[in-house]
Ligand binder design. Structure first.
Ligand SMILES: NC(=O)c1ccc[n+]([C@@H]2O[C@H](COP(=O)([O-])OP(=O)(O)OC[C@H]3O[C@@H](n4cnc5c(N)ncnc54)[C@H](OP(=O)(O)O)[C@@H]3O)[C@@H](O)[C@H]2O)c1
Length: 280
């Protein structure tokens, strides 16, 4: 075993620096949690002056997968959490071929949209989807994720819909982006996702795949009904998407990464988000 990991097992601490590659919604939630990790942490943006204005200057780095001239900006030896779609494959291959060896552990955020949707919509509710389910390899981001996972030991997180402050499913209902359909939706609270990214960096198996979801899929109809009863939110869309959706299993996440979800109850989490909303 790597001596760094031995030390970590003894003390619970690591001395490997961390780089959040693409510091958007999730990256900004990871940043405050890294103080517990106790190592140097950097955040990247394609335009750090504009996008990372709230991040202390010494922690900001410019990085763009599409611009190889920026790749050398990342300090060597760090762990990486890759928070944007790993595509196109050609750029991912070029980056990995020249840069991967400069870094330590790599966590890549993928999406549960990688899983093929069953053609057989007569099976309802849909069966649980675990990490062994077939994936759609025609999707560019799936090609990039699989490449990093299989060829370069990346730990791949297949992430469900991210929600939290500023990403409020009640707003999606009001805006008509979703309606009261029978389609199942799988969600993960942003703060939990951030914690899971750090758990994956420490405990994930290289080339391992983990679904990231709160494990409590609902139909949009159920959520719309609760939204109306609890918060007076009226759906503006007609019934909407008739497809069955998916039910994403998070068993591997809970058993192998040992992460305890803080926001497993969607309706309690929505209460928190509503309470935290700035009053107009
Ligand atoms: N939103 C969801 O519900 C959902 C569901 C499943 C999976 N995911 C996936 O989970 C990951 C994290 O999601 P998120 O919502 O936190 O993402 P996000 O807010 O879009 O943050 C990712 C950041 O990466 C940077 N970026 C984008 N393209 C880049 C490139 N080519 N090179 C370098 N940096 C780049 C962008 O920052 P700058 O503009 O500052 O460079 C962007 O803000 C993403 O891969 C997303 O697709 C999201």
């Amino acid at each position: 075993m790597n001596p760094q990991h031995n030390r970590q097992a003894e003390t619970g601490q690591t001395d490997r620096p961390l780089i959040i590659l693409g510091c958007g919604y999730t990256g900004r939630l990871i940043l405050p949690l890294t103080t517990q990790r106790g190592t140097a942490t950097w955040a990247t943006s394609r335009n750090p002056t504009q996008q990372l204005a709230t991040v202390p200057l010494p922690q900001r780095l410019e990085f763009d997968l599409a611009r190889p001239a920026t790749w050398g900006h990342l300090p060597a030896g760090a762990d990486l959490i890759w928070c944007f779609p790993a595509s196109p494959l050609s750029a991912v291959q070029q980056w990995a071929g020249t840069q991967r060896s400069r870094f330590n552990r790599l966590v890549v955020l993928g999406s549960t949209s990688a899983y093929e949707t069953a053609d057989d919509s007569t099976t309802y509710p849909p069966p649980w989807t675990d990490e062994t389910a077939p994936i759609d390899r025609t999707k560019p981001r799936v090609q990039g994720e699989e490449y990093l996972c299989n060829e370069f030991g990346a730990i791949l997180l297949r992430v469900a819909g991210i929600y939290g402050p500023g990403r409020n499913p009640l707003d999606w209902i009001t805006q008509g982006r979703v309606g009261p359909s029978r389609k199942y939706v799988n969600l993960i609270y942003g703060e939990d996702l951030a914690g899971i990214c750090l758990a994956a960096i420490e405990k994930g198996t290289p080339s391992g795949v983990y679904n990231v979801s709160d494990g409590m899929p609902y139909t949009w109809k159920e959520i719309c009904e609760a939204a109306q009863q609890r918060w007076g939110v009226i759906p503006t869309a007609a019934q909407g998407d008739p497809s069955p959706g998916k039910r994403i299993s998070n068993t591997k996440l809970r058993t192998e990464l040992g992460y305890e979800l803080k926001h497993q109850d969607l309706y309690q989490a929505l209460d928190l988000i509503e309470l935290a909303k700035p009053q107009l």
